[in-house]
Write a protein that binds this ligand. Structure first.
Ligand SMILES: [Zn+2]
Length: 93
């Protein structure tokens, strides 16, 4: 088993999601999302499901976050998206 620091970015991105220890960001603070991702942490992030997000969910990779992400939950009121709109989905990155 490789230590996290020895892993390439590719390997880190493909790690199984560790949702129990995930950082949850529901206030639109994308800097916090980026910081947590760069530390190799799993992030649960509230987003508004607009065209960009739909595209990212379809491809499974966020260019913006430079991370793989997947839909966790939708249809609720999860807080605020990074753009300031009400968030209607939760994703894990
Ligand atoms: Zn948004």
């Amino acid at each position: 088993m490789k230590l996290l620091l020895e892993k390439t970015k590719e390997e880190v991105n493909y790690m199984p999601k560790n949702l129990e220890n995930a950082i949850k960001v529901t206030d639109g603070n994308m800097q916090k999302v980026m910081d947590a991702l760069s530390e190799g942490k799993t992030v649960i992030c509230a987003l508004e499901k607009g065209p960009m997000v739909e595209q990212t969910l379809a491809s499974g990779f966020s260019e913006y976050m430079n991370a793989h992400y997947e839909l966790l939950e939708e249809g609720g009121d999860y807080g605020v998206c990074g753009c300031g709109k009400p968030a209607n989905i939760l994703v894990a990155a």
